[in-house]
Design a protein around this ligand. Structure first.
Ligand code: NDP
Length: 318
């Protein structure tokens, strides 16, 4: 039987609709939350991500500012820019789109972001708060995965969650959020021995590796919940024919566009898993929804509505 598809698109719409009363309340107090996005250089994928984030702000009636320093920017210049945004009272959230150019010390730039405006949740203070289970701005993708599970009635408590990928922005923080939700967590990476066997022990399997269709049905225990975080573009017709051999509609779509988005999970996993996030339309839209949640929560916390923000936004992502 085919897996139940966990739609991130629908869940993302719900989460954003639930933000509207909070945005109205802020507006009545004369505040329109503002997200400033810093995009260095002309990486096409980053441009699309930032454009989608700006669009989401616009739809919710939030202010957004798109700042585009040149590719040649130095660490000192970007730190200066971030410090200026920290000082501005009208800016509630600051996101620095990664990756930064190679000459820039990414950690120094992220460290410069005021933790109260760190809507990506990457600042060490927010990371520490996450690890010790205190209210704080949570990284958007892991928080989005938790919301997706919660809103589809999948409770991690007592379950074995296997997360493949240990990055600072996805795998590691998600492992902590799952742990706080009382899952037993195994965090895998490129040195893990016999990854398919380890993955098959999972009740909840998360693939966050950046490897196209790597997680094949042999990684998946029948009935498991599979969360596909990966976003990879394929444009090789031979590869598409191989991957979509049993999925003619997806192959047809590929042929129409000459490319397709593909997760880290092989399309055939839909026949084994109990529940599965699609790509596109799974974790991606939730990342943006949680960025909006964080921006509104940051605006509320900065204006003394901390308790309310923690109840409705930040804490909800734990
Ligand atoms: P990183 O490249 O930072 O990390 C990848 C991780 O996967 C590493 O820990 C690496 O292990 C592990 N890994 C890679 N290959 C293997 C392998 N063969 N076996 C086991 N582990 C492996 O990636 P990110 O965490 O930034 O992103 C992961 C994916 O998620 C990407 O496709 C990215 O585009 C996508 N993404 C999607 C988002 C969304 O909104 N849906 C948001 C953010 C990312 P090691 O540490 O040992 O090298």
């Amino acid at each position: 039987m085919a897996a139940r598809l966990l739609s991130g698109t629908e869940t993302s719409k719900q989460i954003q609709a639930e933000l509207l009363p909070q945005i109205e309340e802020l507006k009545r107090a004369g505040v329109i939350p503002c997200l400033a996005a810093v995009l260095v250089g002309d990486n096409p994928a980053s441009q699309i991500y930032v454009r989608n984030k700006m669009r989401a702000c616009e739809k919710l009636g939030l202010h957004s500012e798109h700042i585009t320093p040149p590719t040649s920017s130095t660490t000192a210049e970007l730190v200066g820019l971030v410090q200026e945004l920290n000082r501005r009272d009208d800016v509630d959230g600051i996101l620095v789109q990664l990756p930064l150019p190679p000459q820039v010390d990414t950690q120094q730039v992220l460290l410069a972001v005021d933790p109260a405006k760190d809507v990506d949740g990457f600042h060490p203070m927010n990371v520490g708060a996450l690890v010790s289970k205190r209210d704080a701005l949570r990284p958007c993708t892991p928080a989005g995965v938790m919301e997706l599970l919660r809103r589809h009635g999948i409770d991690p408590e007592g379950q074995h969650a296997v997360v493949i990928g240990r990055s600072d922005i996805v795998g590691k923080p998600l492992a902590f959020l799952l742990l706080h939700a009382h899952a037993t967590v195994t965090l895998c990476h490129s040195r893990t021995r016999d990854l398919p066997a380890m993955a098959r022990t999972a009740d909840i399997l998360v693939a966050a590796m950046g490897r196209t269709a790597y997680v094949t049905p042999e990684f998946v225990r029948p009935g498991a919940t599979v969360i596909d975080v990966g976003i990879n573009r394929i444009d090789d017709p031979a590869l598409a024919e191989k991957l979509f051999a049993r999925h003619p509609q997806r192959l047809e779509k590929f042929r129409q566009k000459d490319s397709a988005l593909m997760g880290d999970v092989h399309p055939d996993v839909v026949e084994v898993a109990g529940a599965l996030t699609p790509v596109p339309g799974g974790v991606g839209p939730l990342t943006i929804a949680m960025l909006m949640v964080n921006t509104v929560a940051a605006a509320r916390m900065r204006r003394g509505q901390a308790a309310a923000a923690q109840r409705s936004g930040v804490a909800a992502a734990t």
